[in-house]
Design a binder for this molecule. Structure first.
Ligand SMILES: Cc1cc2nc3c(=O)[nH]c(=O)nc-3n(C[C@H](O)[C@H](O)[C@H](O)COP(=O)(O)OP(=O)(O)OC[C@H]3O[C@@H](n4cnc5c(N)ncnc54)[C@H](O)[C@@H]3O)c2cc1C
Ligand SMILES: NC(=O)c1ccc[n+]([C@@H]2O[C@H](COP(=O)([O-])OP(=O)(O)OC[C@H]3O[C@@H](n4cnc5c(N)ncnc54)[C@H](O)[C@@H]3O)[C@@H](O)[C@H]2O)c1
Length: 466
């Protein structure tokens, strides 16, 4: 068969972009199809980059308040959101420029239009003006991402009731905000808006936010959130949300609790972007979670079609999506790279940041029974004191002998960077002693690794003496 392309990639988010570049680097003829007029996907335009740009200013405001003379500092009542994401245009155009140059340099054909399957090798692309084009390829990678779930009882109107796609289009910083959800998006935005001085109430049906992380970490996060003035309502199931017809939103929970706020952010999960694709024409069906199923090689049930990124489900991270995209292409082209590394770190850019790699204490107990845990509070470390860090904790989780490192969990500003020290130790299968035998710069937050490792070794000596 003669195909138009060796590889077609659907979607230009982190997964699609890396998949296309990998194909081109292998000398293949590649097309990248994107329905938006800009490249980059949710990550660049509605997710990672915009939220982190707002976070940067929220952190500045919070740090200013750490100075006693400025502790009552408040942003003006009519602060425009645009001023709080003032650098976003610059960040986005720098990113866009970088992506376009990369795609041009690699001779990737970019087609702007909505893709749908005609059969396993052919896609029909509907373009902005309604014209359609059919293109074919030996292999196709679905990297169509995800979009915010809108529960039936939450009337998202993008004026009072927002989702993560629209929250940054609010014109002014509100006085109060309810954040529905206790997942990653909710925790990040709730703490960012609270740091900006908005009165935030975070509501989730689960007892604690970010339930996949170590309970000590989320405990510190909730404490820090409350210290900034935020309210966490765990074990509250939201039954209805409505605009009161004047200027606010009423959120009702099944236990009778009612919260009034100026605006609401619904962060109740994300769904795979598949409805336009007509995957049934390619012999595919969605699994019970509404996702596209893949095997360890990221191959779908149709042998020439692969999928990567949010469309295949957890971990639903930009970081993991990029690697999946690259691997999907390598596998499609017979350049097998083996299984994806199991040590995928998670980085939550809340205020403070939370990050983890390997097993949490609870998971390690389930898998290994007995474990040894070493902790370091950043408040007790010179750099932590200098930086005025509160609610900072690093945990090393080791096997019952107090030797083999099983996981690292950190809550602290900079946790998403610090975690990579632990990740490298895990990948190298190093003993916890590596943190004691190494000299760390002083004063640094990284020194917490040494303090926590000493705590592990202390317990090991006691166990050995028994
Ligand atoms: C608020 C928020 C903050 C986040 N922060 C982080 C973070 O800090 N770190 C992190 O690692 N992850 C973060 N994420 C998650 C991250 O954004 C996603 O995991 C990542 O974008 C997934 O990449 P993807 O390539 O699978 O899909 P996407 O980025 O969603 O891209 C998919 C692309 O496919 C296109 N597409 C869909 N259907 C079609 C079609 N039929 N035809 C043509 N094109 C189509 C879409 O237009 C889109 O451009 C965040 C997400 C959100 C919402
Ligand atoms: N830093 C990062 O890596 C980052 C940042 C943002 C998003 N993401 C990704 O985006 C994805 C989606 O995040 P999310 O936070 O929207 O989803 P989520 O599924 O993690 O959390 C949704 C939460 O909403 C709660 N909820 C839903 N309906 C409710 C109701 N009626 N009442 C009370 N609680 C209710 C659920 O209990 C759940 O805890 C995640 O998988 C994450 O990996 C990653």
């Amino acid at each position: 068969m003669n195909y138009d392309f060796d590889l077609i990639v659907i979607g230009s988010g982190p997964a699609g972009q890396k998949a296309a570049v990998q194909g081109a680097k292998a000398g293949k003829k590649v097309a990248l199809v994107e329905r938006d007029k800009v490249l980059g996907g949710a990550c660049v335009h509605r997710g990672t980059i915009p939220s982190k740009t707002l976070r940067e200013n929220a952190l500045r405001v919070k740090n200013m308040r750490a100075n006693a003379a400025l502790s009552n500092f408040k942003l003006a009542e009519d602060t425009e959101m645009a001023t709080l994401i003032n650098r976003l245009d610059q960040v986005l155009s720098a990113h866009d420029e970088y992506m376009r140059r990369q795609i041009l340099r690699n001779n990737i054909t970019t087609i702007h239009g909505r893709a749908k399957f005609v059969d396993p090798h052919q896609l029909q692309i509907s373009k902005v003006r309604g014209e359609a084009e059919t293109i074919s390829a030996q292999n196709i990678i679905i990297a169509s991402g995800s979009y915010p779930r809108k529960p039936d009882n939450i009337p998202v109107d993008h004026e009072y009731i927002f989702d993560s796609d629209s929250i940054l289009s609010m014109l002014y910083l509100p006085k109060s905000l309810v954040v529905l959800g206790g997942g990653v998006i909710a925790s990040e935005y709730a703490s960012i808006f609270q740091a900006l001085g908005v009165k935030v109430t975070m509501i989730d049906k689960y007892p604690r936010p970010l339930g996949f992380l170590d309970a000590d970490l989320t405990g510190k996060f909730v404490h820090a959130f409350a210290n900034m003035g935020g309210t966490w309502l765990g074990e509250h199931n939201v039954t209805s949300v409505e605009f009161d017809g004047l200027a606010g939103v009423i959120t009702k929970c099944d236990n009778g609790v009612e919260v009034r706020s100026e605006k609401l952010l619904c962060a109740a999960g994300r769904l795979a972007n598949v409805k336009d694709l007509q995957i049934e024409n390619a012999g595919l069906a969605l699994n019970e979670r509404g996702l596209i199923s893949v095997d360890n090689n990221l191959r779908t049930a149709t042998p020439n079609i692969y999928a990567a990124g949010d469309v295949i489900g957890p971990p639903s991270l930009a970081s993991a999506s990029m690697e999946q995209g690259r691997r999907a292409t390598c596998n499609a082209l017979g350049m097998s790279l083996g299984r994806i590394a199991s040590t995928i770190p998670s980085g939550i850019y809340a205020i403070p940041e939370l990050s983890a790699v390997g097993l949490t204490e609870q998971q390690a107990q389930q898998e290994h029974g007995d474990v040894v845990v070493g902790k370091a509070n950043f408040e007790e470390i010179a750099r932590g004191q200098i930086s005025g860090i509160q609610d900072g904790l690093l945990k090393l989780i080791c096997d019952a002998k107090g030797r083999k490192l099983l996981g690292v969990s950190i809550v602290c500003e900079g946790a998403t960077e610090l975690i990579h020290i632990g990740q490298m130790a895990l990948l190298a299968e190093a003993d916890v002693d590596i943190f004691v035998e190494s000299i760390f710069n002083f004063p640094t937050l990284a020194e917490a690794y040494r303090v926590a490792a000493l705590a592990v070794i202390g317990q090991r000596s006691l166990r050995e003496a028994d």
